[in-house]
Design a protein around this ligand. Structure first.
Ligand code: ZN
Length: 444
């Protein structure tokens, strides 16, 4: 008899070791050897990046397979063995979780749970309740908070807008050393696959973005619109070290899946990533740490918006906003503390309306045409050049040019979050159709 299995895993990595996608890659290999068939590409689901306890990328994974009942029943032990071996169990913040669900169709309640994990704070108890109700299996390592993300990964169907990532991995002996990749080959790949991939290179400074830093096993990843494009682009990159394996993931990266429109500023809540419209109500100011802060207001209240230092040039755009400009702020919400009020950590701004900007200039001397200076309050003006005095003169109001454009403004690529939809993806949004998996989509 045929059996289906959805297996979700989360929170196996730490800042010093591992990557949940690598566990997925190892598991793909095993399941393939066991002759199980994959219903879809492995899913890499980035969860709400604003929860206080997130790991580095906050990415959970889900594999969906079917095969002989007896074989499917063996997956659990295989997966547990890989997690126990690869997860950074000694790290205090790493609490892996694994959920297995043995039906073909994922319950809609899993889907709404997944939605909530994207936009809200959910608890392990919520997850465990659903796991019990639908007779799924859960394995919690240590604190087991990973069960939340594991269940959310199963519930995320990725049928709305989605993207793909071709991820390559390093051999154990190279991990922890600088990644070696031929930068020219990356530039060539980027040119050829410009319209079908994204976030490969920061063209402003020529920086290659496909390879992360840090000790994790990821070598480089190519993000894009379809499985074939990311593979072909990935194969154009010339590695200067051994590639251990690669896998293509279907993901919600670059889709803005975390952002939700909120109608009133008064409805904004901590940790919920929002899109909110408001009028600039305080002048952008730079605070220590070179962050730029301003506030927006609507009829229900006001909220602070912050462009933090790592967003670099984006802060210059933000600094050009003036009182009365109408914008849409996109970003995660930081709770209020003793040092700052509720604050939107800006991931983007959409400028909807710019008010005219007026500046005052000194009046012009009637005699010689040069600008004249005030002699003090109510004393009129006097020309320094010819000595002409003008009691009636007043400052001139001039409309000055706004050096800022309407529309979306985003931070430089390397300051963007995994989930942030880059400008280049606007208009490429797609909805999911069940596709046959195109071989090859993984390689040991
Ligand atoms: Zn004069």
């Amino acid at each position: 008899m045929k059996r289906f299995l959805h297996i979700g895993i989360d929170d196996t990595d730490s800042p010093r070791k591992g990557c949940t996608t690598y566990i997925a890659a190892l598991l793909v290999e095993k399941l393939n050897q066991m002759n199980l068939k994959f219903i879809d590409y492995p899913h890499l689901v980035r969860l709400n990046p604003n929860v206080p306890w997130k790991t580095r990328g906050n990415g959970a994974i889900c594999l969906r397979v079917y095969g002989e009942e007896e074989t499917v029943r063996r997956v659990r032990d295989v997966a547990i063995e890989i997690v126990e071996r690869e997860a950074d169990l000694k790290y205090s913040g790493t609490d892996p979780g694994m959920v297995l669900y043995y039906e073909e169709t994922v319950p809609s309640e899993f889907q709404s749970f997944a939605e909530r994990t994207m936009h809200d704070i959910v608890s392990s108890d919520d997850a465990l309740g659903l796991i019990r109700k639908f007779r799924a299996e859960a394995f919690a390592f240590k604190e087991g908070r990973g069960v939340v993300g594991a269940l959310a990964a199963i519930g995320s169907s990725l049928q709305g807008d989605h993207t793909y990532e071709f991820i390559t991995y390093r051999t154990p002996k190279n991990r922890g050393t600088p990644r070696k990749v031929d930068a020219d080959s990356v530039l060539r790949m980027n040119e050829k696959f410009d319209s079908l991939t994204f976030n490969n290179v920061d063209l402003e400074n020529g920086r290659v973005l496909i390879a992360p830093r840090g000790p994790d096993p990821v070598f480089y990843g190519i993000r894009g619109e379809n499985p074939r494009a990311v593979r072909e682009a990935g194969e154009l990159v010339k590695p200067l070290e051994e590639v251990e394996r690669w896998v293509i993931f279907k993901t919600n990266q670059g889709t803005d899946a975390h952002l939700r429109k909120v109608l009133k500023i008064s409805q904004i809540q901590p940790y919920r990533p929002v899109i909110i419209k408001g009028e600039v109500s305080s002048k952008p100011r730079t605070i220590p740490g070179r962050h730029v802060i301003f506030s927006i207001i609507d009829e229900s209240g006001s909220v602070d918006c912050a462009a933090y230092e790592p967003t670099k040039k984006f802060r210059n755009t933000v600094r050009k906003l003036i009182l009365g400009d109408l914008i849409e702020a996109h970003g995660g919400v930081r709770p209020a503390s003793s040092t700052h009020p509720l604050t939107i950590n800006l991931e983007k701004i959409n400028i909807i309306h710019l008010v005219p900007k007026f500046t005052l200039r000194s009046p012009i001397c009637e005699k010689c045409g040069k600008s004249i200076k005030s002699m003090g309050k109510d004393k009129g003006y006097r020309c320094k050049r010819c000595g002409f005095r003008d009691r009636e003169a007043e400052k001139i109001v001039i409309e000055s040019k706004r050096n800022i454009s309407l529309g979306l403004h985003v931070p430089p690529l390397r300051a963007q979050r995994h989930l942030t939809k880059p400008l280049s993806r606007y208009g490429k949004e797609k909805t999911g159709v069940a596709l046959e998996l195109e071989e090859p989509w993984h390689k040991p």
